[in-house]
Design a protein around this ligand. Structure first.
Ligand code: NAP
Length: 278
């Protein structure tokens, strides 16, 4: 099908450009990832980030801390990395094991090194349209829309999911492109009223088959951010088989937004490096 948005190829293109930029300008960016506990999925995500960093020439350090560690010691580690001039990006792999105050820990990261764009300062600056580091998945979504020349100005864009990580930053990024944005969540009534009129539908809810073909209009562009495990395989939040028959463009899962998230992280590390070395 030629209406499939190929996130793998798009992300390879991005990575190629990042590698070129690093080599051409002689940059030495580095990323430190703090991983607490041994969540299986998180380990896979960290491994992918390491591989991607190595591919483009970003120095990667992984700091593994036990689940039994105190919040104070995690914060000490972050403060040490904040002070280390050789570290440009710091990322705390989420979710943290239960019992930790994620907000408090994340906000210890220097906003200049916050390559996940989750600190108060970066979130606030995004809203105010100041220079900042933006959350990687929303960045990846916007990059895909750009690469596939999807018009946004004056278009109806519906986001399903209002998380701090995905839905909320997307509102700002889409508004900056002059889209008209509606955002649905678990308490929304008649979601279909919103999804059906959308020119672009972005779904990040974490529920397989949440979006069915009767909920979209012909020609819609669908970005499926969801990652769900069903019968040992991965699927998104959209009934891909049926909705792809109506969509003008649609992302698959896997192979859509996921690879773009990692590529956006690399972009953020380079951006952080440049800001710190001005
Ligand atoms: P999250 O924090 O759990 O947020 C889910 C959002 O979806 C919430 O706003 C929730 O509403 C809403 N929601 C849940 N059920 C709904 C329903 N039946 N109808 C409408 N809205 C509903 O999740 P997240 O971190 O944003 O992640 C969302 C999905 O994207 C997950 O599958 C995750 O694995 C995936 N993800 C993928 C990537 C990637 O790189 N591809 C990156 C991050 C996340 P309330 O606010 O009312 O609870």
């Amino acid at each position: 099908m030629n209406n499939i948005i190929d996130g793998v190829t798009a992300s390879l293109e991005l990575k190629k450009n990042i590698k070129k930029e690093i080599e051409k300008d002689g940059l030495t960016p580095s990323l430190a990832v703090i991983m607490v506990g041994d969540n299986k999925a998180s380990k896979i995500y960290v491994r992918n980030k390491k591989k991607a960093c190595e591919m483009v020439g970003i120095n990667f350090t992984e700091i593994n801390l036990p689940e039994t560690i105190s919040e104070e010691l995690i914060i000490n580690e972050i403060r040490r990395l904040n002070e280390d001039d050789l570290v440009n990006g710091i990322l705390v792999q989420l979710p943290l094991p239960s019992g930790f105050d994620e907000g408090k820990i994340i906000n210890e990261i220097s906003p200049l090194k916050d390559v996940d764009g989750l600190t108060y300062q970066n979130v606030g600056n995004l809203v105010l349209e100041n220079e900042c580091l933006v959350s990687c998945t929303p960045m990846g979504v916007m990059e895909l829309l750009k690469m596939y020349n999807v018009p946004l100005k004056g278009k109806d864009v519906c986001i399903v999911g209002r998380s701090n990580l995905v839905g909320k930053p997307l509102i700002q990024l889409l508004l900056q492109q002059d889209a008209t944005v509606s955002i649905c969540h678990s308490k929304s009534v008649n979601i279909k009223d919103y999804t059906k009129r959308a020119d672009v539908l972005i779904v990040a809810a974490g529920h397989p088959n949440l979006i069915t073909k009767d909920m979209v209009k012909d020609g819609v562009v669908v970005i499926d951010v969801g990652i769900n495990k069903e019968n040992d395989s991965l699927c998104g939040d959209v009934d891909f088989k049926e909705v792809s028959k109506k969509a003008s463009l649609i992302t698959p899962v896997p192979g859509g937004v996921g690879p773009m998230t990692v590529a956006s992280l690399l972009k953020n590390v380079v951006k952080a490096y440049r800001v710190q070395n001005r």
